[in-house]
Write a protein that binds this ligand. Structure first.
Ligand code: FEO
Ligand code: CA
Ligand code: CA
Ligand code: CA
Length: 602
C-alpha cells in the first residue's frame, strides 16, 4: 500500500481545455475507464442489458439511470475491494425508449421501468492490480443491491407516524415505498450513506383539482401539482402518485435517507428530524462536544441552507453496539436554517468598501429540544413543511444551494450555489451579490469557535464563477489569467491533500463548453487557482465527484449524456460510453504516467 498524499501537496497537472467533445477528457498522464453504466447487472440474478427489450423486472436488478452522488466505502483494510454507492436521480425517457412521445402515451411497463431506474445502487468493486483503477467485481458477494421506487423504507424521528404521513397503504405513517430524485449525499463517520431526495414534486399527478386550501398552499410551496393533470403519468402505474386519491403521499418524499451499504438486508430510513425540502445532499461534521452536525442545501432558486445537530453524541468505536448507537444519531436533534448578513452596508448601492463579499450569520432555530421554535407550527408541521417554517424564521434566500460540505480538516463549510438567473438587481445581497446570476458561486462558511454546533458563523465568497475575463468574477483573489473558466458549481468533494473539487452542471449554457470536474485549492499561494481536471460528454452533467481516501482515484458520475433539446434514441447527440445509445455511467480516473507522482492532482 501507498501512503496517502501529504496535506497541502501542490497541484501539478496541466488543465484540460474547455471543449465540446463527446467523451471523457482527462489530463496528460491520466487514464479512465467505465466502472458501470445504465442497465449493467447489479443484483446477482439480474439479466444483461438489452436496450431494445428492457423490462421493469430486469431494471430492478440492473444499474439505474442518471448516476449522481458517488461514494466508495472500503471493504477490508487492504483497500483492494470496496463498495461503490451511486444515486440514480431521474430518468430521460426520450433517450431510454424508441419512439417516445411523452408520458401520456407511455405504456405502464415503460412507467414501471422508469420507476425501477430511480433510487440507488450498491456495487462491489475491486482495484485493478496495484493501480488506481477500479472495476466492478464479476461475481459479487452478498452486498450488491438495487434500491428503487418499490423498495421499503422506514420513517424515523419526531414526524414518524404523524397524521401528515399516513396513507391507505400505510395507516401508521412509518413505512414508505421508494426514494425519488436522489441527487447528492455524503458518507457518515460510521460508514453509512446519506442521500437527499430532491425534486420529488414531479412524480405526482392529479386526477382532479386539489380543493382543500391548506393542502393546496402546502403543495404550492413545493411545486406539487394542484390542478388536474400529470407530468410523468406515474399515477397510471401506481395510484399513490395521484394526489387526488392519496393527498399525503407527497409528504413522504423530500427527506434525507440513510442507507447501510454493509447490510444488504437493512431497511433504509428517512430521517424526519432533518426536515423535508428539496434536499440536494447531506454531509456531516462532529461537533466540539462530540455530537453530529448535518449540513443540507435545498436546491431551488431562492431557497435556504439548513443544519441539523444531533441530540446524542457520536461514538468513535466500531463495535456492533457503537455502530447501532451511531445509526440512531439522526433520529433526534435540533434543526436550524441559515441567515447571512453582509458587513458592507453600502452594498449594493456601491461596491463593498472592504473589497470582499463577506460577513456574519446565524443559524435560526426551527426545532430545539424537541420543541417547535416557529409560531403556529407544530414540530410535525415544521419537519414536514420545513420551507414554510424557514420562511417564517426569516432565513436568507440563496442562489440554489447544492452541495454544502465541511472540509474534513479545516471544518470550513463550502457551499455550491449553482445559479439563479431570476435574482433581480433589487434582490441582491452580499451573500448573493449578482443579479441574473447565470454562473453560480461558492461561499466558505466558518462556524464560530470552529464548532459545528455553533449558532453563529462568519462567511466569505470564495468563488464568483463565470468567464475569468468578466470583471464580476472572483477566483479567490488568484490571477485570473491563469485559471480555468468554471461556471455552475454543483457538487463539492475533498481529497486527502486538502483540496476542494467541484463538479459542474450547466456549463454548456453558462460558458459554451461541456461540464467537468475542477480542482479548487483553498489554502496558501495557490488558493483560487482553479484548473479543469476533466470534461464530460455532450449533454452530460458531471456528478459525484469522489476522490478515494488513498488519493489515487477520482470517480465521476456522467449524468444524462445526450440530454439536449429534441434528442431521441434515433437522433442522438451523444453515443457515450459504448458508441451507441447514450447511457449514464460512473467512470474511474487514475494517474497512469510512470513519471511524476501517483496521486490525483499530480
Ligand atoms: Fe439534482 Fe441539485 O441537482
Ligand atoms: Ca464585505
Ligand atoms: Ca446536484
Ligand atoms: Ca444539478
Amino acid at each position: 500500500g501507498l501512503e496517502p498524499p501529504e496535506y497541502g501537496r501542490p497541484v501539478t497537472f496541466t488543465a484540460v481545455g474547455g471543449n465540446d467533445l463527446d467523451n471523457v477528457i482527462v489530463p496528460n498522464g491520466y487514464d479512465w475507464s467505465v466502472t458501470i453504466a445504465w442497465g449493467e447487472p447489479v443484483e446477482r440474478d439480474a439479466p444483461p442489458f438489452d436496450f431494445d427489450n428492457q423490462s421493469a423486472a430486469a431494471q430492478r436488478g440492473q444499474f439505474g439511470y442518471n448516476a449522481d452522488f458517488v461514494a466508495v466505502l472500503p471493504l477490508g483494510r487492504r483497500f483492494d475491494r470496496a463498495l461503490l454507492w451511486v444515486n440514480h436521480e431521474y430518468t430521460n425517457e426520450n433517450l431510454m425508449f424508441h419512439g417516445w412521445s411523452g408520458a401520456e402515451s407511455a405504456t405502464v411497463e415503460q412507467l414501471r421501468i422508469s420507476m425501477a431506474a430511480h433510487g440507488g445502487s450498491i456495487v462491489e468493486i475491486e482495484r485493478v492490480g496495484d493501480t488506481g483503477e477500479w472495476r466492478r467485481v464479476d461475481r459479487p458477494r452478498r452486498y450488491n443491491r438495487r434500491i428503487h421506487a418499490g423498495t421499503a423504507f422506514t420513517v424515523d424521528g419526531p414526524a414518524a407516524g404523524s397524521a401528515l404521513l399516513r396513507t391507505a397503504a400505510d395507516p401508521d405513517g412509518t413505512s414508505v415505498r421508494g426514494m425519488l430524485n436522489n441527487c447528492a449525499g455524503g458518507v457518515t463517520p460510521w460508514g453509512t450513506i446519506l442521500t437527499g431526495e430532491e425534486n420529488f414534486h414531479q412524480y405526482f399527478g392529479a386526477t382532479a383539482d386539489v380543493t382543500d386550501p391548506t393542502t393546496a398552499e402546502r403543495y404550492e410551496r413545493y411545486g406539487i401539482r394542484t390542478t388536474a393533470g400529470t407530468s410523468r403519468a406515474w399515477e397510471r402505474a401506481d395510484q399513490r402518485f395521484d394526489v387526488a386519491a392519496e393527498p399525503n403521499e407527497p409528504n413522504r418524499f423530500g427527506w434525507v435517507v440513510e442507507v447501510d451499504p454493509y447490510d444488504p438486508d437493512s431497511t433504509p430510513r428517512k430521517h424526519s428530524a432533518l426536515g423535508r425540502v428539496k434536499h440536494e445532499g447531506a454531509t456531516t461534521a462532529v461537533t466540539a462536544d462530540g455530537r453530529v452536525a448535518v449540513y443540507m442545501g435545498d436546491d431551488e432558486a431562492f431557497e435556504y441552507v439548513y443544519k441539523f445537530v444531533s441530540r446524542e453524541k457520536y461514538r468513535e468505536g466500531t463495535s456492533r453496539r457503537d455502530r447501532q448507537h451511531n445509526m440512531r444519531l439522526l433520529e433526534n436533534g435540533d434543526l436550524y436554517v441559515a441567515k447571512f448578513t453582509g458587513d458592507s452596508p453600502e452594498f449594493p448601492d456601491s461596491p463593498p468598501a472592504d473589497d470582499l463579499f463577506d460577513g456574519s450569520g446565524q443559524w435560526l432555530p426551527l426545532v430545539v429540544n424537541g420543541e417547535s421554535m416557529v409560531d403556529g407550527m407544530t414540530v410535525d408541521e415544521v419537519l414536514v413543511f420545513t420551507r414554510a417554517a424557514a420562511d417564517q424564521a426569516g432565513a436568507t434566500m440563496m442562489d440554489r444551494p447544492e452541495d454544502v460540505e465541511p472540509h474534513p480538516v479545516t471544518g470550513t463549510v463550502y457551499m455550491a450555489l449553482t445559479k439563479n438567473a431570476d435574482r433581480t438587481a433589487g434582490q441582491v445581497d452580499e451573500a448573493n451579490p449578482r443579479a441574473g446570476n447565470k454562473w453560480g458561486h461558492v461561499i466558505a462558511l466558518d462556524e464560530s469557535r470552529g464548532d459545528a454546533a455553533a449558532k453563529t458563523f462568519t462567511w466569505h465568497i470564495a468563488l464568483l464563477a463565470g468567464d475569468p475575463e468578466d470583471p464580476d468574477t472572483y477566483y479567490g483573489g488568484f490571477d485570473k489569467s491563469q485559471v480555468s473558466h468554471i461556471a455552475t458549481p454543483d457538487n463539492v468533494a475533498f481529497d486527502p491533500a486538502g483540496r476542494v473539487w467541484l463538479a459542474t452542471d450547466g456549463m454548456p449554457g453558462a460558458a459554451g463548453f461541456n461540464d467537468g470536474m475542477f480542482v479548487m485549492p483553498v489554502e496558501g499561494d495557490d488558493a483560487g487557482h482553479i484548473r479543469r481536471f476533466t470534461s464530460v460528454p455532450v449533454g452530460a452533467e458531471c456528478c459525484g465527484p469522489f476522490v478515494t481516501p488513498d488519493g489515487r482515484t477520482a470517480l465521476m458520475a456522467i449524468q444524462h449524456p445526450g440530454e439536449v433539446d429534441g434528442a431521441t434514441t434515433e437522433n442522438r447527440a451523444s453515443t457515450f460510453p459504448y458508441g451507441n445509445q447514450p447511457r449514464p455511467a460512473v467512470v474511474t480516473v487514475w494517474r497512469s504516467a510512470p513519471h511524476g507522482g501517483p496521486y490525483i492532482g499530480d
